[in-house]
Structure formats: structure tokens, C-alpha cells
Ligand binder design. Structure first.
Ligand code: HEC
Ligand code: HEC
Length: 360
């Protein structure tokens, strides 16, 4: 008898044994005459992620909760806004936060990678600050646990704003307008703690309004086009994007290795664990149509490029043999990519109107 013809085939359908409605590889062991067995490869290799059956997609809440020791007040937000736009925060007084997080570019810069004060290119893409207050862990590798903790990073980083905090405090305390405001808001002179808290409070207000997708979730059937609805169906079904892109931000806030590019340690830089190499936080997809280029290294120009990446036959391991957290999708038609892109475009909500304030 001839040995079994073992053929690995990919089939896109609902898995009858695990009842998951998503694309999975099916292992078909066949003899020349007879299909002997069909095994859903997802049963063999991956467990159902926890919480999968919970409502994965929900509207964005209107307000970001503030920590107890830094309540959001209008005066603090105004102070934070001034600091955000103030070049005094950089070592040579030439750049401010808005140099890289531009309000009219959804608080990104439209570049693959930005340049800091010295003109040196940074290694990662500038993330949007829209809705950033909803994240528990910040940066592509999650190394900061709060906006208060995060903000002193770029100010001091030699490649970003290259500012010494003692000098910054001195500089701001020489400006009467700032001295008054810090007194009013914090009851102290300008301190690094107050600077961080005010900038954090300002960033918590950068919340977008309802997108067509939110209106659809709220019951407005007409808010999404036919193509966007098909995209949503793929997103939550066969393409299984919700495995990671879920919750109000369409991000689970966790870390994965997709293999978009190699060479950046990612999460491993914080944890020093080899298995975290090349893992990055799932980005928010809110207003994603406005935040390109994409991925931690800005290596993908358009949403079409990103979605095509998920459909492409990416390798299943890195060159170090670390497994990737995604398997290539096998679509039945090219329209799937454009439907997913149309859905992603429906996630754009009205950004807050922020114009540069007058500086003290
Ligand atoms: C030179 C460009 C540049 C400047 C100036 C800059 N940033 Fe950033 N920002 C970046 C880049 C690049 C990252 C991603 C870095 C990483 O993940 O390692 C980032 C990340 C962040 C994040 C994390 C976002 C997230 O989704 O986790 C916040 C918040 C942030 N910046 C706020 C600020 C504030 C506030 C200032 C001013 C004090 C500032 N940035 C100045 C480029 C810049
Ligand atoms: C295993 C978890 C996971 C799955 C499944 C997944 N993503 Fe992602 N997604 C990520 C991570 C992590 C990144 C960032 C990767 C990087 O920067 O290297 C990302 C990046 C993106 C980006 C770029 C966002 C930005 O701001 O740069 C888009 C768009 C996106 N994903 C859409 C999708 C779509 C559409 C699907 C389904 C076809 C999907 N994702 C499936 C985890 C996932």
C-alpha cells in the first residue's frame, strides 16, 4: 500500500469541533482515494484565548478616569497644554511635544520614524496620543505604567528632547506666568512631579468623539457601508483580528510578536526574557486611518499594506526559532483586504480641537 499522502491544506470555514468562527489551518491527511481524517489544527496548537466570549468590541467611554493623586481639573489641563507646546521643555529650546505629536496629524508626525533635538532618527514610530489615557501600559514595549511616569522619559532622553530636569524646573520657575499657575494648581513652584502630572492630565483629555463604528454599535444600521460591515464580520470572524484588537481601544494592551520586522528587542528590553524578544503592545485602532505609517518601526505605509501583511505567508518563526503569534490568513477573495480596510476607516471619530495656546 502506498504511504499516506500527507497534505497540509488551509481551509477557511467555521471549525465544527472547536466551534470557533475563524480562519484556521486544517490538516487533511489523505490517501489517493480516501480522505481519512480532518483535524482542526487550532485544536492541536492553540488554546482559546481567555475572555474570548466576552463582548469584544465596545464603544469608547467619554471620559478617561484619572488616578486618585492626579484628578483632572480645567486649570491643570490648561497648564499641561502650555507645557505640551512649550519648546522650553527641550534642552536647546527648539522642539516641543507637538513637534512629533502634531494635533492636525492625529498627534503623530506622519513619518516612519521621527528625529529628536540633535536631528538623530529615533528607532520607533511615533504613536498617536488620541485616547492614550485608556492604556494601562505605555510605549510600544509597555515600559511605562502611567502617563505620569511616561512623560519624563522623552523630556530627558538625549535622542528626544535632551533636557535636564533640574534645569527645566529652574527655567520654568523664572517665568512668572508658570510660577502663578503651578502655585494655583499644585500649591508649589514648578516641579518635575507637577510637570508630569499636568502633561498627563492634558493628555487624558485627548479623547475622540463617536466614530461611524460606535454609531453602528449603538444601533444605527446605516452608519457602516456594506463593505465596512463585511470588514467587521471578517475582523470578528474569519480573520480573527479581535483576538488581540478588542475592547474600547480595539487593543487588548498585551504584547505579541508578529514578525513585521526584526532587530528591535521590544518587550524583552524591559523584561530581559528571551521569549519576549520582538513583542510589541497591540496598538489602538481608533482613528487608525489618520496615524500612518504603521507598526513599531513605521515600516508599513498604508492600512492596505498592514492588512495585506496579515494575509501574506509570513514565516512562522523568527530566525532565532521563536514562534510568531500570528498565522498567515488565507482569504477567498482580494475584496477581503479592502473590506477590512474600509472597516478600519470607520473607526475614525472626531478628534478634539487643539490649537497651540499662548505661552507664559
Ligand atoms: C522626537 C519626537 C518626540 C517628541 C519630541 C516626543 N515624543 Fe512622545 N513619542 C515619540 C516616540 C517615537 C514614541 C514611541 C517610543 C517607544 O515606544 O519606545 C513616543 C511615545 C509617547 C507616548 C506613549 C504612547 C503610547 O501609545 O504608549 C506618550 C504618552 C508620549 N510619547 C507623549 C509625549 C509627550 C507628552 C511629549 C513631550 C513632553 C513627547 N511625547 C515628546 C516621539 C516623540
Ligand atoms: C496576535 C495578536 C494580533 C492579531 C491577531 C492581529 N493584530 Fe494587528 N497588531 C498587533 C500588534 C502587536 C501590532 C503591532 C506590531 C508591530 O508594531 O510590530 C499590530 C498592528 C496592527 C496595525 C497597525 C497599527 C499602528 O498604529 O501601527 C493594524 C492596522 C492592525 N494591527 C490591524 C489588524 C487587523 C486588521 C487584524 C486582523 C486581520 C489584526 N491586526 C490582527 C496584534 C495583532
Amino acid at each position: 500500500m502506498r504511504p499516506l499522502d500527507l497534505t497540509l491544506m488551509y481551509w477557511k470555514t467555521t471549525c465544527r469541533s472547536c466551534r470557533a468562527s475563524h480562519a484556521r489551518s486544517w490538516l487533511i491527511a489523505a490517501s489517493p482515494l480516501l480522505v481519512l481524517s480532518i483535524v482542526c489544527a487550532s485544536n492541536v496548537s492553540t488554546a482559546e484565548p481567555k475572555g474570548r466570549r466576552q463582548k469584544p468590541l465596545v464603544p469608547l467611554p467619554n471620559v478617561v478616569a484619572a488616578p486618585k493623586d492626579n484628578p483632572t481639573t480645567p486649570e491643570k489641563v490648561l497648564l499641561g497644554k502650555q507645557l505640551f507646546f512649550d519648546p522650553r521643555l527641550s534642552g536647546n529650546n527648539t522642539i516641543n511635544c507637538a513637534t512629533c505629536h502634531l494635533p492636525d496629524k492625529a498627534f503623530t508626525d506622519g513619518l516612519a520614524k521621527p528625529k529628536g533635538v540633535g536631528g538623530k532618527e529615533l528607532t520607533r514610530n511615533t504613536p498617536t496620543l488620541l485616547n492614550v489615557g485608556y492604556f494601562d501600559k505605555l510605549f510600544w514595549d509597555g515600559r511605562a505604567k502611567s502617563l505620569e511616569e511616561q512623560v519624563l522619559g522623552p523630556i530627558q532622553s538625549p535622542d528626544e528632547m535632551n533636557q535636564n530636569l533640574d534645569e527645566l524646573e529652574k527655567e520654568l520657575n523664572a517665568v512668572p506666568g508658570y510660577v502663578d499657575q503651578f502655585q494655583k494648581v499644585f500649591g508649589t513652584e514648578a516641579t518635575r512631579d507637577g510637570i508630569a502630572k499636568a502633561l498627563a492630565a492634558f493628555q487624558r483629555t485627548l479623547v475622540t468623539g463617536p466614530s461611524p463604528f460606535d454609531r453602528y454599535l449603538g444601533g444605527d444600521e446605516k452608519a457602516l457601508s456594506y463593505s465596512a460591515k463585511r470588514g467587521l464580520e471578517l475582523f470578528t470572524g474569519d480573520a480573527d483580528c479581535v483576538r488581540c484588537h478588542r475592547g474600547p481601544l480595539l487593543s487588548d494592551g498585551k504584547f505579541y510578536r508578529l514578525g513585521a520586522s526584526f532587530g528591535d528587542a521590544g518587550l524583552a528590553a524591559t523584561t530581559s526574557k528571551k521569549e519576549d524578544t520582538g513583542k510589541f503592545r497591540t496598538p489602538s485602532l481608533r482613528n487608525v486611518a489618520q496615524t500612518g505609517p504603521y507598526m513599531h518601526d513605521g515600516s508599513m505605509q498604508t492600512l492596505g499594506d498592514v492588512v495585506a501583511f496579515y494575509y501574506r505567508g509570513v514565516p512562522t518563526t523568527t530566525s532565532d526559532g521563536l514562534p510568531l503569534d500570528i498565522q498567515p490568513l488565507f482569504g477567498q477573495s482580494f475584496s477581503e483586504i479592502s473590506d477590512l480596510v474600509t472597516f478600519l476607516e470607520s473607526l475614525t471619530g472626531e478628534p478634539p480641537m487643539i490649537t497651540p495656546p499662548e505661552l507664559p
